[in-house]
Design a protein around this ligand. Structure first.
Ligand code: MG
Length: 342
């Protein structure tokens, strides 16, 4: 028998975060704890407004679950099917349950989750994300992120050239670029990508709107840089056709409904020769700590969501000089979570 506790929480960002499409200073999350026998498993739903879930919707999803269908942690496959049958969408709420189940499994088996997934222990070089801002602020943020080996630069507004110039004023390190669907014509997108090719850019994430299918088919065959689908690739179903539109996919637990499906997405992407990026929302060290266990499957890591907030209630894997070092605690790897004081 499994029981659940739920805590709504507002995760505060260190800096105003601006991307093509909006700005925010906080992210609503719902923290969960599952109890099974003497074990406790932790999970989290992080819900940036863009994706349509809220604290209320996540609480309602969880409240209406019938826990007679969620009785044994190792039954993840059937539990995932039950969660999907219970209600459409709600992918972050589903991820919270999935993550907590995996935390329980790891604790029962006394293994860190990368071992449960039969993956090697990896040292993960994560990028640090720099939001859209004035040249002066961007230069400050880039200087603050000096320890990271990669930066992820948000573009897709009307000052892309100014932003790249500001970044290059401070550093020549390799950059990931995320346009967040911001380029609206395929010709504009190709022009930007050809320009960025000369700026030591590793790849471009979501250059055009997620529904611009024919434009993306045109662009993917011409782009001199890898194109990675993020908003356009949510779940396993989307990976099947991804190579028509992208060279790779950005897997995030909050889109995939958790680790169970994220692992399947990564396996399918590998079989289709798609590049794999592992990404995140603003999240606590719980959801980030879960995602890092799949790190060995990824070509690129963008798991900095817990590093840009001021009130992370958890402590997880160490990050030094932009490298995430997985600890060997069982399950997700949280260190003495203090649930009662959150
Ligand atoms: Mg993105």
């Amino acid at each position: 028998m499994i029981s659940i506790e739920v805590k709504p929480y507002l995760l505060l960002k260190k800096h105003v975060f601006r991307i093509a499409g909006g700005a925010r200073t906080s992210t609503p999350v719902v923290l969960v704890r599952l109890k099974y026998e003497d074990f406790e498993g932790y999970g989290e739903a992080s819900m940036p407004p863009l994706y349509g879930e809220t604290i209320a919707s996540a609480q309602n999803f969880i409240k209406t679950l019938d826990f007679s269908n969620i009785t044994y942690p190792f039954d993840v496959e059937n539990i995932s099917a039950y969660l999907d049958a219970h209600a459409k969408g709600n992918s972050a709420a589903k991820a919270a349950i999935d993550m907590a189940l995996h935390d329980l499994i790891g604790k029962i088996e006394q293994v860190p989750l990368y071992q449960y997934f039969n993956l090697p222990k990896a040292e993960l070089k994560t990028s640090k994300t720099i939001g859209i801002d004035s040249a002066k602020i961007i230069e400050e943020r880039v200087a603050e992120a000096d320890a990271f080996q990669y930066l992820k630069i948000k573009l897709g507004g009307d000052n892309d050239a100014e932003i790249i110039k500001a970044v290059r004023h401070v550093t020549d390190k390799p950059l990931f670029v995320d346009a967040n669907q911001g380029w609206t014509s395929k010709e504009e997108a190709l022009d930007k990508i050809e320009w960025l090719k000369e700026e030591n850019i590793v790849f471009i994430e979501q250059p055009m709107p997620k529904t611009a299918f024919s434009d993306m088919e045109w662009l993917v065959s011409r782009s001199p840089l890898p194109l990675i689908g993020d908003e356009g690739i949510q779940r396993l179903e989307d990976v099947k056709t991804a190579s028509r539109f992208y060279h790779g996919i950005n897997i995030k637990l909050m889109k995939s409904t958790g680790l169970h499906e994220a692992y399947k997405m990564a396996k399918m992407a590998q079989s289709l020769n798609l590049k794999i990026m592992l990404g995140c929302m603003s999240e606590t060290s719980c959801a980030i700590g879960a995602a890092v266990h799949l790190g060995a499957m990824a070509d690129w890591i963008d798991l900095d969501g817990n590093l840009g907030v001021t009130n992370d209630p958890y402590q997880g894997h160490d990050v030094k000089n932009g490298i995430i070092y997985l600890n060997d605690n069982s399950g997700i790897g949280l260190i003495n979570p203090n649930w009662d004081n959150i």
